[in-house]
Design a protein around this ligand. Structure first.
Ligand code: 5GP
Length: 223
């Protein structure tokens, strides 16, 4: 091959390389931030972990989901959830306002708003939200893998979980059974998440520290 041939190969190589890089960077540019999904059965301590993260990292974004379930004692509207009527939730579904929504524990709607999650994510924020396993699978299909980290909260056993659910407030036997049934299904899917963190009873600090370590490691290349 003469000088001209070699030159052509170099130039072609450079061109293909440049094009590829341009494609990748334009894809990556859609979202500059990272979304952390805290997944795990009801009562596994997701809410407690997020409350502690809010204290440790006030600069992160913690979107408020929508739900049709009854407000519990000690909860207030607009803190973790916007509590809405079924009709209102269904109007939001029709208007395409949700990034994902699901019927959880075969009972109530829960959903994350597109705007609350995607806008900060596009701008480069660290966004943290708890969702059930269905929400995790829906979001996994929508947000690029490099912008998404899932952490599954494990509990030691069914009795531990039952105690935790009961300690959160009065619920009917029916609801308890539904929550334990969902828990069994969710635990079977734990391996689909990027990380699994154990939340042993009485060791919440250790659990939050483990989650913090994952987040700090995952965001170190973000800025
Ligand atoms: P709880 O009624 O105990 O607050 O929540 C019930 C379940 O719904 C939990 O597993 C919780 O993580 C999940 N959940 C909370 N917010 C959302 C959401 O916006 N979307 C989905 N898919 N699940 C959610």
């Amino acid at each position: 091959m003469g000088f001209f041939g070699a030159l052509c190969i170099i130039v072609l190589g450079k061109l293909t390389n440049t094009n590829k890089v341009a494609d990748e960077s334009s894809l990556a540019k859609e979202f500059l931030g990272k979304l952390f999904l805290i997944v795990g059965p009801s009562g596994s301590g997701k809410g407690t972990v997020i409350s502690e993260l809010k204290r440790r990292f006030p600069g992160f974004v913690y979107p408020i989901s929508y739900t049709t379930r009854e407000i519990r004692e000690g909860e207030s509207d607009g803190e973790v959830y916007h509590f809405v009527e079924r009709g209102e939730f269904e109007k939001m579904i029709e208007a395409g306002e949700f990034l994902e929504y699901a019927v959880v524990h075969e009972d109530n709607y829960y959903g994350t708003s597109k705007e609350d999650i995607l806008v900060p994510l596009r701008k480069g924020a660290v966004v943290v939200r708890e969702v059930d396993i269905q929400g995790f699978y829906s979001i996994k299909d929508l947000v690029p893998a490099e912008n998404l980290v899932s952490i599954f909260m494990k509990v030691s056993d069914r009795e531990d979980l039952k105690g935790r659910i009961l300690r959160r407030g009065e619920i009917s036997d029916d609801e308890l059974e539904r929550r334990l049934d969902s828990a069994r299904k969710e635990i079977a899917q734990a391996g689909s998440c990027d990380y699994q963190v154990e939340n042993k009873w009485g060791e919440i600090k250790k659990c939050v520290n483990a989650v913090e370590k994952i987040i700090v490691e995952e965001i170190k290349d973000l800025y």
